[in-house]
Design a protein around this ligand. Structure first.
Ligand SMILES: [Zn+2]
Ligand SMILES: [Zn+2]
Length: 234
């Protein structure tokens, strides 16, 4: 995929970096979710199903195939990923590395949200791994952890999902104080929950972001897209 096409996609369109399919607890199959996102006008979608050490290989293998087909036929950047969810925190770095070796382009870690709490220490373990791209809904993330995110270049998520969004204002504040980079993502488990321009805007403003910080969010999405592995021609 050329740099120009990447820019084309993101300069004008929205990217959603956190979604689920029936490979975990989402409703639609991977190819169907991508197709729905394409019809809704998203420029990029990452499929990031819940995975653990045992399911990692199967989930990545299946999602890679559908993403490849989608990219070949539709004008949408379909990104194979995983969300490491409820792992013992100490094994997160090694499983994240394995996910990348198996061909995941994007590794998300399910952070310490208030509503579906994972093992304490998950935020820090995720932020210590160079193989993690996005810490999802990090809850009451500390200033130290946000500093680590900034240093490691790991994005922090503002979630549009109910419950996970409770601490968005706090996360935005920690990011502002540490220069950590934010992304907005939907954590959609069905078509109706995917990111839209109006949701993007409303949740950003609801988290206390100013107009210029909204533009920075778009730049952050572009930066993440530019880091994805260069695609071999199918
Ligand atoms: Zn889920
Ligand atoms: Zn999720």
């Amino acid at each position: 995929l050329s740099f120009l096409r990447r820019c084309d996609i993101l300069c004008s369109m929205l990217a959603d970096f956190h979604t689920h399919t029936c490979l975990s607890d989402g409703v639609l199959s991977p190819i169907e979710l991508i197709r729905r996102a394409h019809v809704l006008g998203l420029g990029a979608i990452a499929l990031t199903d819940h995975a653990g050490p045992g399911s990692l290989g199967r989930v990545i293998e299946e999602v890679k195939k559908d993403c490849l087909v989608a990219r070949a036929h539709w004008n949408i950047m379909a990104i194979p990923g995983v969300e490491l969810t409820h792992l013992p925190s100490t094994i997160i770095p090694e499983v994240a590395q394995r996910a990348k070796e198996l061909g995941a382009w994007l590794v998300v870690v399910h952070g310490e949200t208030l509503t579906e709490p994972v093992e304490p220490g998950t935020n820090r373990a995720a932020l210590s791994s160079p193989y993690v791209d996005l810490l999802a809904h990090p809850g009451l993330i500390t200033l130290d952890e946000a500093l680590l995110a900034a240093r490691q270049g790991i994005f922090l998520e503002l979630s549009t999902r109910k419950g996970h969004c409770l601490t968005n204002g706090h996360i935005a504040q920690m990011a502002r104080r540490t220069q950590a980079k934010l992304l907005i993502a939907s954590d959609a488990h069905d078509e109706g929950e995917l990111l839209t321009p109006s949701l993007f805007r409303a949740v950003s403003i609801g988290a206390g972001l100013a107009e210029e910080e909204l533009a920075a969010l778009q730049e952050n999405a572009q930066l993440l897209l530019s880091r994805l592995p260069v695609e071999e021609n199918p």
